[in-house]
Design a protein around this ligand. Structure first.
Ligand SMILES: [Zn+2]
Length: 436
């Protein structure tokens, strides 16, 4: 019969379909061992046959299993039983090696359930293959260490993880299990080419300061603007709550609905209704309008063209705060002043962490995946998705910036520089459900 199996060391002898599985019967055709693998004596004797079933790559839309009858041998001197190795089989997982490759090529772009259905393997086996593969990739894949690094924390699978983004290339650089100082220190100690990092964008978490000064002293910190302006929103909210609670019941009924959201929105994203609300507040509740204006003015500091005018705008804003609002806005001032350099570094390098839609989408997907996958699997799916990594990498022309002693390399040489997984691609994949 024609060998449709094309599996080295195995001869097909028949086939049948059983429970929607294509079962191929085969015998091994590897040669008899010359000597005992235990003691080296010759000869060895035939010692019965055993049948083993190996899962193989799907065919005609059906899972495939290969039932192989294997000859066993026994050594007369030491009693060792020898089953000659068939190189195309993976004995650990009882599958063909090409099935392992099949799963590896798909496991970060498809759901494990889909792969399990396609191959007839258990979901847990798919997961085990994916995790083995992750370990291999972890040691073999090198991602370019970013020049502009975004450090953020995201809840993934029950824990806050440190998510690292290449802000220049818009790629996911790495995800670290947690953001505790000791653990992050270990991470940075091992990080290759950490001298590449020039700027780090992060929130006001103190250990980052320690980490940067210890591990990447050449890098400068920019406090993420979102975390800064949020403080002014919080201050305005406290004032709004206080003022609203002081209103009489009948007055409270007159207050427009949803004023909270209308006031919190930035001027760019306001609807006509939001503008009406603000006008209404201005006419009827001037004190709340003042708190609102202070919030808006604070946000606007970031719109100034350079550091000097930004700093001047902040000073002006500080001076404009009326005494009655100092309990709320003084908290903002205190924090801004204690992180002054790092906050205004923004004007020297205007980077920010999660303000792209795509990044939010990816992080939401990571969160959602937490229901079905362990942290390790989610991390691997995000970092090692082949499609996302391809779109995140850049073709490097030969010689462009190679060290001079390497320049005599082949002129045909062209290599890819891996910056990690493209966030845009990951977001598209998550929308298509390919990450779930
Ligand atoms: Zn022996």
């Amino acid at each position: 019969m024609i060998d449709l199996l094309q599996l080295k060391g195995v001869n097909p002898i028949g086939q049948r379909i059983e429970d929607d599985i294509l079962l191929i019967l085969a015998e091994s055709n590897v040669s008899e061992p010359e000597s005992c693998s235990g003691c080296g004596s010759k000869p060895v004797y035939k010692h019965g046959k055993r049948t083993h079933v190996y899962a193989d790559t799907p065919m005609h839309g059906m899972p495939v299993k290969v039932e192989i009858e294997r000859q066993r041998y026994r050594c007369q001197s030491c009693g060792t039983v020898i089953v000659p190795n068939i190189p195309s089989l993976d004995e650990k997982r009882v599958v063909t090696k090409r099935l392992i490759e099949f799963v590896q090529a798909r496991c970060f772009n498809n759901t494990f359930t889909l792969l399990a259905n396609e191959t007839g393997l258990a979901v847990n086996t798919i997961k085990a293959i994916a995790l083995d593969y992750t370990e291999d990739l972890e040691t073999s894949v090198y991602r370019e260490t970013p020049r502009l690094l975004g450090l953020d924390e995201v809840m993934i699978s029950g824990g806050y993880r440190a998510v690292m983004v290449n802000l220049e290339m818009n790629t996911l650089f790495d995800i670290h299990d947690n953001r505790k100082l000791a653990s992050m220190r270990q991470y940075f100690e091992k990080l290759k080419d950490k001298d590449n990092i020039e700027w780090v964008c992060a929130d006001m978490w103190e250990p980052y300061k320690v980490l940067i000064s210890e591990q990447i002293p050449q890098a400068k910190l920019v406090i993420d603007r979102f975390h800064v302006v949020r403080m002014a929103s919080n201050a305005m909210e406290q004032i709004r709550k206080k003022l609203q609670s002081e209103l009489s019941h009948s007055e409270r009924l007159k207050v427009k609905k949803n004023i909270r959201w209308s006031l919190l929105k930035g001027s760019k994203s306001k609807s006509e209704y939001d503008h009406e609300v603000v006008e209404y507040i201005r006419e009827n509740y001037p004190e709340l309008a003042l708190a609102y204006d202070l919030k808006e003015t604070f946000f606007n500091i970031y719109e100034f063209p350079d550091r000097a005018s930004g700093e001047a705008a902040y000073k002006e804003w500080k001076d404009a705060i009326p005494l009655k609002f100092s309990p709320e806005f003084n908290t903002v001032i205190k924090i801004v002043d204690s992180h002054y350099e790092d906050i205004f570094n923004y004007f020297d390098c205007p980077i920010t962490n999660g303000y792209t839609e795509a990044m939010n989408g990816v992080m939401k997907a990571a969160n959602r995946m937490g229901r079905g996958y362990s942290y390790e699997v989610i991390r691997a799916k995000l970092l090692f998705s082949k499609i996302a990594r391809q779109s995140g990498s850049v073709i490097v022309q030969p010689y462009s910036d190679r060290p001079s002693h390497l320049k005599e390399a082949s002129p045909k040489e062209k290599s890819f520089r891996d910056y990690g997984a493209s966030i845009l691609t990951l977001d598209t994949m998550s929308e298509r459900g390919e990450l779930d």
